[in-house]
Ligand binder design. Structure first.
Ligand code: 5GP
Ligand code: MN
Length: 336
């Protein structure tokens, strides 16, 4: 953060503020961790609320303060009243207002000062203060830097736990290419606040129902390889979800299994969302294959170089067919 940014942020918080912290829709550990870390950081001197556009996985309920998160989808009136009196809005872990789904217009129509903290490429210019760095492992790592600049002495075990969880989740436990020596240094400093590394790993990865294990089995069994291309894909149908009591977050990480195969550069997961009438797509890649450009060009999505998402309004079968044709064209045009 440069000196001008620091000055404006310091001035902004020199008096008591009514702050809203907003993660992207269907928030993950990085988004929720960022919100909760800032919640604990600001709450002694300010009025602070966290409003998520919709529900998130109950896996994250172990994070301190999570019971204070308001869900807009479930409590519209309460949330709209919070918006009316707010004077600062943080948008966390997203860089285009559309990712806040049903909260987008409340954010853009608000008179509050908006601050974006985010690590995705090519941020939109909707915020009054944009703190954006796509080289960062996670928004949580950026929240750590932000807090250190304003008042490092306020970091405690709760803040450290929330930040550490987001970093661990977004870096695949410090192993994705976005992990730098500084990321590890931040992790190491957080452990000095008494963060329970084993408990966080257990809560994130070994905390599921038996149904989810069976769903993982069928998703892996379903993987198909596209002839002649370093690409695999799989899907989870509405029926797969029904028979395995699918809950939000259950499919987290499934797509990564495709990249466990030698020479596969791209793995894709299609999830049928019958209630929303669309297919949610997860893209993962490695090496030279940048999946965010593909996601934005063909599936109205985007994200990081190696981890992106998108949507399709076609049926699952038609989406898969379109995907095979699009990816063949994309690889032929860009990589051969
Ligand atoms: P996931 O596959 O875990 O849902 O998403 C992976 C990454 O892709 C997210 O961290 C986010 O950056 C991005 N992403 C997911 N869905 C979308 C989407 O619909 N639009 C955009 N622009 N990015 C997405
Ligand atoms: Mn993130």
């Amino acid at each position: 953060m440069d000196i001008h940014l620091l000055k404006s942020v310091t001035k902004l918080f020199s008096k008591k503020r009514k702050i809203i912290l907003i993660p992207h829709s269907s928030p993950d550990a990085d988004a929720i961790g960022s919100c909760l870390a800032l919640y604990h950081f600001f709450k002694s001197n300010n009025e602070v609320n966290i409003i998520s556009p919709n529900e998130y996985t109950d896996i994250l309920n172990f994070l301190p303060g999570s019971r204070n998160i308001l869900i807009y989808e479930n409590d519209k009136l309460i949330c709209e009243n919070v918006f009316k009196k707010s004077d600062v809005i943080f948008t966390l872990d997203f860089n285009t207002l559309g990712r806040a789904k049903n909260l987008s217009s409340l954010i853009s129509n608000s008179n509050a000062k908006t601050i974006m903290i985010d690590h995705h490429e090519n941020p939109d210019k909707y915020a009054d203060i944009t703190i954006s760095n796509s080289k960062m492992s996670s928004t949580c790592e950026m929240v750590y830097d932000f807090i250190c600049l304003i008042n490092k002495s306020k970091i405690d075990n709760k803040i450290a736990t929330c930040i550490y969880t987001g970093i661990v989740a977004d870096t695949g436990s410090f192993r994705f290419p976005s992990t730098t020596s500084k990321t590890l240094k931040v992790g190491s400093e957080l452990i000095n606040y008494g963060v329970n590394v084993t408990k966080i790993f257990e809560k994130l990865h070994n905390n599921f129902q038996f149904d989810r294990l069976k769903l993982l089995g069928s998703t892996i069994n379903n993987f198909k390889k596209i002839d002649g291309l370093p690409v695999v894909y799989t899907s989870i149908t509405d029926n797969d979800q029904k028979i395995n009591n699918f809950k939000k977050g259950d499919s987290e990480g499934f797509v990564n299994f495709g990249l466990s195969v030698t020479d596969i550069l791209c793995s894709v997961l299609f999830i049928e969302k019958k209630d929303e009438g669309l297919i949610k797509i997860s893209f993962r890649s490695r090496g030279d294959f940048k999946v965010n450009i593909f996601a934005s060009k063909y599936f109205n999505g985007g994200g990081h170089k190696y981890a992106s998402g998108g949507i399709s309004n076609l049926s699952l079968k038609e989406t898969e067919k379109k995907f095979i044709s699009d990816i063949t064209q994309y690889i032929n045009q860009n990589y051969e």
